[in-house]
Design a protein around this ligand. Structure first.
Ligand code: XIL
Length: 343
């Protein structure tokens, strides 16, 4: 691993990376520990990851590995994710006989209870195993709901919310409930006495740098805050490509600046298309330079910045072209130099 200026030493906010256990050993781990001080499980804390085939709750071995790794190396953990329409067991939304839950009061109560139990089992296991929140537990934040805003197709409904199974059965209330249950679990029941909101609770979404989605996101966050829902932070995934100007990201962060919330960049990656050329890689370097200069300007409002993977080949968007800071030989790309350059 190259002897380079650590990214984390150049930012006033925690610098995060999404990983699985492949990044917890060998040169990948060495690279990670040099540059990052926060991790997110790319897949293994998602709803489906917590359940056995027989539907019983148990931490995924990879969630255990990542938590142990965080403790051993003094890393923060930004949790992802409690409630999502994707990577969630089908049985969450089914009655005992396998038929879909309806909007009857009885079925709604079944889903509310599943939600509460899920959130409490996750928080309870984390606290029992790694210590109370706010008292040594590495978890400092959690995405409570993910991708609940609709994409703005002409057929999409006026309230701006995705028609997920959560929404079909409980309506918008599932969002309020998810935050309430998470707040009880992470910030009260399993929290150190006297600690002030030890785990920041986030709403998270993609395409928030695009105007329509941004309007719907902002309107939802305003409604939640007006209702007193305990939302601490607004997450921006920022899965973008080189054609997305950094100014669009600036606008997205500024759009929420007047609200009583912190913000996070939760899943940053920037594809360059194919073929991968030196010119594109250099352009990507300038893009990251400008983006991180802007993030540093917003440091007071930023909880953390996370890149969605350590090396290009490990990216879920690898086919769209080299979206991350390091190549598969663990070498720094121009993108890395751009990130540290603005400091
Ligand atoms: C992606 C992972 O990177 C992939 O490995 C997996 O196959 C699918 O999910 N928005 C999110 C993340 O909130 O959880 C997604 O992660 C990427 C889009």
């Amino acid at each position: 691993v190259q002897d380079l200026l650590p990214i984390k030493d150049t930012t006033d906010f925690p610098m995060g990376v999404a990983i699985d256990d492949r990044e917890t050993t060998g040169p990948a781990s060495e690279l990670l520990l040099r540059h990052f001080d926060q991790i997110t499980a790319e897949n293994h804390m998602k709803p489906e990851a917590w359940y056995d085939e027989d539907r019983s709750f148990r931490p995924h071995p990879q969630a255990v590995a990542l938590m142990d790794y965080a403790v051993a190396n003094d890393l923060d953990v930004y949790g992802h994710v409690l409630v999502w329409h994707s990577q969630t067991p089908d049985w969450f939304f089914q009655a005992a006989d396998g038929t879909p839950l309806t909007t009857s009061a009885t079925d709604q109560e079944i889903l509310r209870e599943r939600l509460r139990t899920h959130v409490d089992d996750v928080a309870g296991w984390l606290a029992d195993t790694y210590g109370e929140f706010g008292a040594g537990n590495p978890v400092t934040a959690f995405d409570v709901v993910n991708e609940v805003v609709n994409d703005g197709a002409t057929s999409d409904p006026d309230d701006g919310l995705r028609r997920s199974e959560w929404y079909r059965i409980l309506g918008e209330d599932f969002i309020d409930l998810a935050f309430q249950y998470a707040d009880e679990a992470f910030n009260t029941t399993h929290a150190a006495t006297g600690a002030d909101r030890p785990v920041k609770l986030f709403i998270n979404d993609y395409n928030t740098e695009q105007s329509g989605k941004q309007d719907r996101y902002r309107a939802l966050v305003e409604r939640l805050l007006e209702r007193g829902v305990p939302v601490d932070g607004v997450g921006h995934q920022f899965h973008v490509s080189l054609s997305m100007p950094v100014s669009a990201l600036t606008t997205a962060l500024d759009r929420f600046a007047d609200l009583p919330v912190t913000q996070a960049v939760t899943e940053l990656d920037v594809t360059i298309g194919s073929p991968e050329t030196d010119a594109n890689l250099v352009e990507q370097g300038y893009w990251f330079r400008d983006a991180f200069a802007m993030f540093r300007d917003h440091a007071d409002d930023l909880f953390s910045v996370t890149v969605w993977g350590l090396t290009d080949g490990r990216s879920w968007r690898a086919d769209s072209g080299a979206p991350l800071l390091f190549d598969d030989r663990m070498q720094a790309k121009p993108a890395y130099h751009g990130v540290v350059d603005g400091d």
